[in-house]
Design a binder for this molecule. Structure first.
Ligand code: 5AD
Ligand code: SF4
Length: 476
């Protein structure tokens, strides 16, 4: 078998590190002069992969001598990491960038960077060139490693930079990372997607699948365990394709098995899996593992076979449900979640009812449901029989109503059980209670203490609501 190396060359990474050092010297001189550090602010929209990318952007910014800040008003570097999955996400990104115009007019030295999935699209590049002249630098998600070079060029008075994508789709290793949490972490195992579901923009903006070398994944993962991280999520648009592009006979189940063997007190999550290649081997590895959470996120998208076909999902409901049944057979206490799109072009009332039936049959603990949003350049956007806003809205409400009752029932059966919960700290809305998440990702409210933050605690569940559980800690 051929070993296909998809890494950005070490020389290129070295070059970027040199730019980081040069910018750091400028920022250190500023600090010497003014007594305060230049600050960097990152705003992230969209998925966990974007959050992971933003941690690398911030890691580079800190390496360049910026200090992390929480408000764009204080920043000398603003990095907006955008999402393109639905229209709503794009509108939000554009409206936020619009607000930074005023920040720039108060601080002309400010550098505004816009990156992520939205800005790879040609029409958005044009948009930003013309309508957002105060944006300095634009680059695509596979080119984040070039940020130092671009910041250097711009701070030296160079032209605005538009670097949407090079279509080479490589993997950049060795970038600094500034993690948001000291106990939850992301580890990307692969990037891109080859599936071309007909509604989805991801393959166009994130490019073809490429896996990280297993040595790199294992090294990053082991370091996190050693540092005491408790919850590590392996990321990829379709983690089940891990390794297929690399020429080795080593797949995602093999990777999971190898990671699970690392000693420590931690849980492994992974997302997202495509049902067409969620193998029995993977499920067997999960069920016999020590650290892999009994949690499976398996996006169904629709319960109607004809809609699934038009979506180019490559499975039918029977195949999907047989996978789900096998997961439950091997892990009876598993938490199952899924994604559903309502209002896909051509979806009839009958198709939609099949989705409702599918939800009743599958009995997911949680469902993330979306109204179909046409994405320019994808086949589904060109399909006739687009569904009206009203019908989408009405189906969406009916779906939520059904799923809420299923989620409520799935939470109520947990009353009286003791669950392991990773404590996140005082709840955002009510500081008197603490919140955390079960291995399955369910939110739990309980009577925590500050010392519990970032630790696993055992909680006896007293109440199950639609979106959360609540209970009391059992102290040993
Ligand atoms: N419209 C609505 N939802 C979408 N998703 C992906 N593309 C679209 C779209 N064009 C949903 C899918 C996917 C999740 C991440 O976002 O359900 O699983
Ligand atoms: Fe989009 Fe389908 Fe790829 Fe997921 S598997 S990123 S839905 S194309």
């Amino acid at each position: 078998m051929v070993n296909i190396d998809r890494s950005v060359s070490p020389n290129e990474i070295e070059k970027q590190k040199e730019y980081m050092a040069k910018i750091r010297a400028l920022n250190d001189a500023y600090f010497e002069d003014k007594g305060v550090r230049r600050k960097a602010f990152a705003l992230t929209l969209g998925c966990q992969q974007n959050e992971a990318d933003s941690e690398r952007l911030m890691g580079m910014a800190i390496e360049m001598g910026y200090e992390k800040c929480d408000s764009p008003d204080d920043a000398s570097l603003i990095m907006v990491n955008t999402c393109a999955i639905r229209e709503h996400a794009e509108k939000r990104a554009l409206s936020l960038v619009g607000q930074y115009k005023h920040v720039k007019s108060r601080n002309p030295d400010l550098i505004i960077v816009i990156c992520g999935c939205m800005v790879v699209q040609e029409h958005r590049v044009k948009d930003i060139k013309m309508r957002y002249p105060y944006v300095d630098i634009l680059f695509g998600p596979s080119l984040i490693y070039r940020m130092p070079e671009h910041i250097w060029s711009r701070s030296e008075g160079g032209k605005r930079i538009f670097d949407p994508d090079n279509a080479e789709y490589k993997v950049a290793e060795g970038l600094p990372v500034c993690r948001e949490s000291s106990y939850r972490a992301w580890v990307s195992v692969m990037y891109g997607c080859n599936n071309f579901c007909s509604y989805c923009i991801v393959p166009y903006v994130r490019g073809r699948e490429r896996s990280r070398r297993k040595e790199d994944v294992i090294a990053e993962f082991s370091e996190l365990v050693q540092k005491g991280y408790k919850d590590i999520t392996l990321l990829g648009q379709n983690v089940n394709s891990y390794g297929k592009d690399s020429g080795f006979d080593y797949d995602f189940a093999d990777l999971l098995e190898q990671l699970d063997a690392i000693e420590g007190d931690y849980t492994i999550h992974f997302m997202t899996s495509h049902p067409k290649d969620a193998t029995r081997k993977l499920i067997d590895v999960m069920s016999s593992s020590k650290h892999v959470a009994r949690h499976f996120h398996l996006p169904l998208q629709s319960g109607s076979d004809s809609v699934l076909k038009a979506m180019n999902r490559k499975y039918d409901f029977e195949k999907y449900i047989s996978t789900l049944d096998y997961i439950r057979e091997k892990m009876p206490d598993v938490t199952l979640s899924s994604d559903i799109i309502v209002g896909f072009p051509g979806e009839t009332e009958e198709d939609f009812e099949k989705t409702l039936e599918a939800l009743s049959r599958a009995r997911f603990d949680m469902v993330y449901s979306f109204q179909y949003s046409p994405r320019r350049g994808t086949p589904a956007a060109e399909m006739e029989e687009q569904i009206s806003k009203e019908v989408k809205g009405e189906r969406f409400d009916r779906l939520l109503k059904l799923q809420d009752s299923i989620s409520l029932a799935s939470n109520q059966v947990l009353v009286g059980k003791t669950l392991r919960v990773l404590c996140d700290g005082p709840s955002k809305n009510n500081k008197d209670v603490f919140s955390g998440r079960t291995d399955g990702g369910k939110i739990v409210f309980f009577d925590g203490e500050l010392d519990d933050i970032g630790q696993f605690v055992d909680v006896n569940i007293e109440k199950g609501d639609t979106f959360a559980l609540s209970g009391k800690i059992i102290r040993k």
